[in-house]
Write a protein that binds this ligand. Structure first.
Ligand SMILES: C[S@@+](CC[C@H](N)C(=O)[O-])C[C@H]1O[C@@H](n2cnc3c(N)ncnc32)[C@H](O)[C@@H]1O
Length: 412
């Protein structure tokens, strides 16, 4: 049988979805193992998998409403139906194209069932899903932690394509750039085609969510030697180097450090790079400040990485929190009185943010929180002095990644 055009991309999307849901991989990692597709088909496969993960609870509700048969969560029929409906809701794919590319994926299997359910749903009409549900466990967790309004904001955000935030090395270049500036050295643009924006090849800016640019802004200007711990791919390293600090960047991942090196080369910025496990590494110099942007569940990046919501099971969050506490303890050993320790995570889970810092302060009475007064106006520090960025912050301007950060100072 001749292959139908576009089936390869759908087959790859199925492979990616399976790797994310069953093996806990990221979309990027799963997409990296897909071979033999043209770049446009590869991009289409990633887009279909992403749109599916943005809307999965709503897609499942539609599927369940169109058949009396209970399709197991990881059955091929359900997976293929999810992919087909996500194309309708998220990508505007015409009905005939999504049917003709779905059916070959279930050849020799539940083809009639898939055809029947799809036909029923397309006749009924697939709703736009402008505020799709998050996975039920995440909605419960975030509702308890942040309230229903924040969950609603997150539901609106996950359906949209986030804007592109650029961080500039030089404030004068940022001011000359066409876009919305929400902080010094920051410009927000709609365009997603990074390499075509002016100044890319010259290395005047790098892509960095506005929330992710806040932790480095907490490092005191007068700190000379700054340690960027868990540094790759280096958005914060570049900010620190551009601000004039003498930066040492440590990361345990060689491949991610290689990206950091390339980023520094493109932006003509300098930092000392060290490949090491921070839990074992012994620094040879003294630092005036440490920035620990710790590994985490990354649930705050759900707009670009919706799979994070499925990977962040309570056990993963608890393991992350344990590692974050150990990394903080390690960093604390290297600081003298008067020095600063900034802790941040791109997570919306209190056990990785507020609770890690509270437990750290209990273990280290020589540290206290130094609440920031120098961040952009849209940031409101909590009464404790830390900063929590939720999905409803600057929503009308396109929103921000979810983040937590705290500036700690050693006083004894
Ligand atoms: C959130 S990412 C850092 C992002 C980076 N700060 C930036 O702004 O581009 C966390 C990093 O921690 C690194 N990492 C994880 N465990 C580590 C460890 N034990 N020692 C050093 N780095 C570690 C990971 O390789 C990853 O690059």
């Amino acid at each position: 049988m001749p292959s139908v055009e576009g089936v390869g991309a759908r087959r790859a999307a199925l492979q990616i979805l399976d790797a994310v849901l069953r093996r806990g991989q990221t979309i990027d990692a799963a997409a990296g193992t897909v071979r033999g597709l043209s770049p446009p088909d590869h991009a289409l496969a990633v887009a279909i998998a992403g749109e599916t993960l943005r809307r999965m609870p709503d897609l499942d509700a539609l599927i369940d409403g169109a058949t009396r048969q209970r399709l197991p969560d990881d059955s091929k029929a359900r997976m293929v139906l999810r992919l087909a409906l996500a194309q309708k809701a998220g990508l505007g794919t015409p009905d005939h194209a999504l049917v003709s590319t779905a059916l070959p994926l279930v050849d020799g299997g539940p083809r009639r069932l898939v055809h029947g359910v799809l036909g029923t749903l397309l006749r009924r009409g697939v709703p736009a899903m402008d505020a799709p549900h998050l996975p039920a466990e995440v909605e419960r967790r975030w509702s308890e932690a942040w309230g229903d309004d924040v969950v609603e904001a997150a539901r609106r955000q996950i359906a949209k394509r986030p804007p592109l935030d650029l961080t500039f090395a030089d404030e004068a270049d940022a001011r000359a750039f066409d876009g919305l500036s929400l902080a010094p050295k920051h410009v927000r643009v709609e365009s997603q085609s990074v390499a075509e924006l002016p100044g890319f090849a010259e290395g005047r800016w790098w892509v960095q969510d506005l929330a992710a640019s806040l932790p480095a802004r907490l490092i005191p200007a007068e700190a000379n030697q700054v340690l960027d711990l868990a540094a790759a791919p280096g958005g914060k390293t570049m900010q620190l180097a551009a601000a004039g600090h003498d930066v040492t960047a440590v990361d345990s991942s060689g491949s991610r450090l290689q990206r950091l090196k390339e980023n520094l080369e493109r932006t003509h910025l300098k930092a000392k790079l060290v490949e090491a496990d921070a839990l074992k590494w012994e620094p040879r110099r003294q630092f005036d400040a440490v920035l620990l942007d710790a590994p985490c569940s990354a649930t705050g990046t759900f707009r670009r990485h919706p799979e994070a919501l499925y990977r962040a099971r309570p056990r993963i969050i608890a393991e992350s929190a344990e590692l974050q506490g150990r990394l903080l303890d390690r960093a604390a050993e290297w600081l003298k009185p008067g020095d600063t320790l900034v802790y941040s995570v791109c997570s919306l889970e209190p056990p990785e943010g507020e609770q890690v810092v509270t437990a750290f302060l209990d273990r280290h009475p020589g540290f206290r929180i130094d609440g920031p007064t120098d961040l952009p106006g849209f940031v409101t520090p909590s009464p404790e002095g830390w900063v929590r960025i939720l999905p409803d912050v600057l929503e009308a301007e396109g929103g921000l990644d979810g983040f937590f950060m705290a500036r700690l100072v050693r006083h004894g």
